[in-house]
Design a protein around this ligand. Structure first.
Ligand code: TXA
Ligand code: MG
Length: 329
């Protein structure tokens, strides 16, 4: 079921009317939070400079962090960017889906979207409702994740409303996002296929689609191709996040918790330590981080077993959530 919650209509539960309402608001230059298979996005029409500017204000997003353009059908990618053969192969295999491609942009893509770069990030979402909203808006939608900058992404309409309630025109509520972790951002440079942000599509899946090597961009890479967004603090709750490799680490953390402090453990198996715990999964990570904050938990312990450590996207988000605050460079 889909419903749209607007400032004017409390909640409209008629599917077609909800989609039409969202489309009309977007055409009118409003910001609308939209569901996708990964996380909720905060959307604006790509041709509306003023609305695009407001996305950065509402999120508190640094202006040097470009936006992903969401399209409703394959053909639209060629109107916005030039597509090399390897990227085309990735499109054939992974679209619609949780793969964002960074491609050389065409002139019609403005600087607000690309933050002045000569490339544009594009994805064709697999959630049918997302594509229906894009069609109703009449043009592709630029949409970063629908969370206050630096905070965990939103995987339910309630998360969106708790960050932006009253400051955006509407949220289209399609329930919790199925994947719950953002898309994989990939750039092809000559022969190199580089993952700028690990995500729902794994490197193993990319390798099996194209063969050869798929690199992971990192600051240690001298000729690195990076993504502006990876420089900024991300995915962090108010609580301190502590990554624990062993049960002993968890035990120490629990034993040394100051009086009056509370902790919750996220784990993939029942802990041997006496502590409140919740399941750790990619699809519910952000919801758990937000839940801990709602309950004013002081520490979120995460049991990073060998299996968890193999999950590149999950570990990427966990590391970022546990980083101390570093001013963006
Ligand atoms: O799953 C997703 O990707 C979600 C949903 C809403 O589609 N969107 C999302 O957007 O996560 P956002 O803005 O939170 O993250 C976009 C990432 C940022 O790290 C940004 O720097 C990078 O994509 N990006 C966007 N345009 C880029 C470009 N031209 N070159 C390199 N990186 C780019
Ligand atoms: Mg984001």
């Amino acid at each position: 079921m889909v419903r749209v919650v607007t400032q004017h209509l409390d909640a409209c539960e008629d599917h077609d009317l909800a989609i039409r309402t969202a489309g009309q608001l977007l055409r009118d230059g409003e910001l609308v939070a939209i569901p996708t298979e990964t996380v909720y996005g905060l959307a604006a029409c790509i041709s509306n400079e003023e609305a695009l500017g407001r996305i950065f204000v509402v999120k508190g997003r640094p202006s040097d962090n470009p936006l992903i353009v969401h399209i409703a059908q394959l053909g639209q990618v060629d109107e916005l960017a030039t597509v090399d053969a390897t990227s085309r192969r990735l499109i054939d295999v992974f679209w619609p889906g949780a793969l964002t491609l960074v491609l050389p942009k065409r002139e019609n893509v403005g600087d607000r979207i690309t933050a002045g770069l000569d490339t544009v990030a594009i994805r064709l979402p697999s959630l049918a409702i997302t594509r229906e909203i894009i069609r109703a808006a009449g043009e592709p939608l630029a949409a970063p994740s629908a969370n206050t900058s630096g905070k965990p992404s939103a995987t339910t309409a309630q998360h969106v409303l708790s960050d932006f309630g009253g400051r955006i025109a509407a949220v289209v509520d399609a329930g919790p996002c199925v994947q719950g972790i953002e898309s994989t951002v990939v750039r092809v440079v000559g022969e190199r296929v580089i993952v700028l942000r690990p995500g729902s599509v794994t490197r193993a899946q990319l390798v099996s689609a194209i063969g050869g090597v798929v690199e992971l961009s990192g600051p240690e890479d001298a000729d690195s191709v990076t993504s502006p967004g990876t420089r900024h603090r991300h995915y962090a709750p108010q609580a301190t996040v502590v990554l624990c490799n062993t049960v002993e680490d968890i035990g120490k953390q629990v034993a040394t918790l100051p009086a009056g402090f509370t902790a919750v453990l996220l784990a993939v198996e029942r802990p041997a330590v006496d502590v409140e715990w919740r399941w750790l999964t990619s699809s519910t990570l952000y919801a758990e981080l937000r839940r801990a904050d709602d309950l004013h938990v002081n520490k979120i312990l995460v049991h990073c077993t060998a299996a968890v450590q193999l999950d590149e996207a999950l570990m990427n988000r966990l590391r970022k959530a546990s980083e101390p605050f570093i001013e963006s460079v």
